[in-house]
Design a protein around this ligand. Structure first.
Ligand SMILES: [Zn+2]
Length: 61
């Protein structure tokens, strides 16, 4: 029985990945949770060329 919706993409949740619809969304949520509210570059030691790493913008919402 499937209840609820995926908090990431609002699709019906799959029992296997509850409360998410897929492994992908579960991973996404975990990453958000671990990084606070936004994606933060893991390393800050890559500024040798002076070019900041491009930010990853979620395509939801
Ligand atoms: Zn989802």
């Amino acid at each position: 029985m499937i209840t609820g919706k995926c908090p990431i993409c609002k699709r019906p949740a799959e029992a296997e990945f509850k409360p998410f619809c897929s492994r992908r969304c579960a991973d996404l949520d975990l990453q958000r949770w671990l990084s606070g509210s936004y994606a933060i570059p893991a390393g800050e030691d890559d500024d040798e060329d002076g070019v900041p790493a491009p930010m990853q913008v979620p395509d939801e919402e």
